[in-house]
Design a protein around this ligand. Structure first.
Ligand SMILES: [Zn+2]
Length: 321
C-alpha cells in the first residue's frame, strides 16, 4: 500500500499555499495594469525594513523621532493603498494572500495542534480511500435492508428468524459505530457469503470516520500480500503492518479467502498480538475451518478480542439478481 493519508493531507495543504501565492501574484499583475500607483506604494512599503535597519545603525540622538516619522509615513502609504483600491472598486485586502483557512494560513496547525481544516481534510481523504479500497459505492446504515432476510424461524439459531436476528446485529453495529472510542473490543462477523457482512463493515467504517477516527479498510488477502511483499523485499519501514497496528479501527474483510501459508498465519497472529485498538474481521469460514487454517492460538485470540456476530439468512445478492 503506497497511500498514506497524512502524506495526502500534507500535499493538499502545500497545494493550497502555493495556489494562494499564485493567485496573489495574478492579482498584483492585474492591479499593476489598472492602478500602477498602488504597486509603486507597495514597492515603497517593501523597503521599510531596509530603512528601519539603516535608522537603527545610524540613528544617534534622533532615533526615536526618526522611527516615529517612518511609522507615520508607512501608515499613510498603507491608507493610500487601501483608498486607491477602494476607489478602483476592489476590496481593501485585494493584494494580500488569501488562504483557504485563514486560521492556520493553510499550514494545518495552530499552536502546535492540528487545525480544524486538517481534521476535515483527513476525514475527506479517509473516506476517499475507503471508497477506493472497497471498490464499490460506500455503503451506509440507511441503505441496509432487513427486508431481504427471511422471517421464517431458523432452528439452527434457536428458533429466531434471520430477520429478527439480523435486526439485532444491525442495531448492535449502529451502536458500535456511534459509541466507538478507539478502545475496547472489536467485532467478528461470521457467516456465508452475501449476508451483508461487507455492507455493515463499510457502514461502520463510514460512520467512525465521520466521527473523526482513522479507519483502515481492506481485504485480509490484500493486506497480507502487502505485508509479505515488504518483508520479502526487506523494506525497513514495514509500512503496511505498522499502519494496520496503528489505525484507530482496522477492518479486514474476508479472512480465510486467501491462500493459506505459514507466513499468513504468523502475520495474523502478530497483528492480533501487537494491535491494542479494536479491529473488525469478517469471514465466510466456520470456527472449525478457521481453526484448521490458522491454528488454535489465532482463533482464541480472535475470540478474546472480538465480539462474535453471526450472520444468518439466504444470499441477498441472489435475491437481488
Ligand atoms: Zn486551518
Amino acid at each position: 500500500m503506497n497511500f498514506s493519508v497524512r502524506e495526502a493531507v500534507r500535499q493538499e495543504l502545500e497545494q493550497r499555499r502555493s495556489r494562494a501565492r499564485i493567485q496573489q501574484a495574478e492579482r498584483v499583475e492585474e492591479i499593476a495594469r489598472k492602478i500602477p500607483q498602488v504597486i509603486d506604494l507597495r514597492k515603497e512599503l517593501a523597503l521599510t525594513s531596509v530603512r528601519l535597519s539603516k535608522l537603527v545603525l545610524t540613528g544617534g540622538g534622533k532615533l526615536e523621532e526618526n522611527l516615529e516619522k517612518l511609522r507615520a509615513a508607512n501608515l499613510q502609504m498603507q491608507a493610500m493603498e487601501r483608498e486607491l483600491l477602494r476607489k478602483g472598486g476592489y476590496p481593501e485586502d485585494y493584494l494580500e494572500l488569501h488562504y483557504t483557512c485563514p486560521r492556520c494560513q493553510d499550514s494545518g496547525f495552530t499552536g502546535g495542534k492540528p487545525c480544524a481544516c486538517y481534521r476535515q481534510l483527513e476525514r475527506e481523504w479517509l473516506l476517499k480511500r475507503l471508497g477506493e479500497s472497497a471498490a464499490l459505492e460506500l455503503r451506509d446504515f440507511d441503505s441496509f435492508r432487513l427486508g431481504y432476510y427471511d422471517q421464517q424461524p431458523d432452528p439452527s439459531a434457536g428458533g429466531v428468524s434471520p430477520r429478527e436476528h439480523m435486526g439485532q446485529v444491525y442495531r448492535y453495529c449502529v451502536q458500535y459505530a456511534e459509541n466507538f472510542s478507539g478502545t475496547g473490543k472489536g467485532l467478528f462477523f461470521c457467516g456465508p457469503t452475501g449476508l451483508g457482512k461487507t455492507h455493515l463493515s463499510l457502514a461502520i467504517a463510514k460512520r467512525v470516520i465521520e466521527r473523526g477516527y482513522d479507519v483502515l479498510y481492506g481485504s485480509a488477502q490484500g493486506f497480507l500480500s502487502a505485508v509479505e511483499e515488504e518483508r520479502f523485499r526487506r523494506e525497513r519501514s514495514q509500512q503496511t503492518m505498522q499502519q494496520m497496528v496503528e489505525a484507530d479501527l482496522l477492518i479486514l474483510d474476508d479472512l480465510g479467502a486467501e491462500f493459506s501459508t505459514a507466513f499468513g498465519q504468523s502475520a495474523i497472529y502478530e497483528l492480533l498480538n501487537t494491535r491494542r485498538k479494536p479491529l473488525i474481521l469478517s469471514s465466510n469460514l466456520t470456527t472449525q475451518e478457521l481453526q484448521d487454517k490458522y491454528g488454535q492460538r489465532v482463533v482464541s485470540r480472535l475470540f478474546a478480542q472480538c465480539v462474535y456476530l453471526r450472520f444468518l439468512g439466504k444470499d441477498i445478492r441472489q435475491q437481488l439478481g
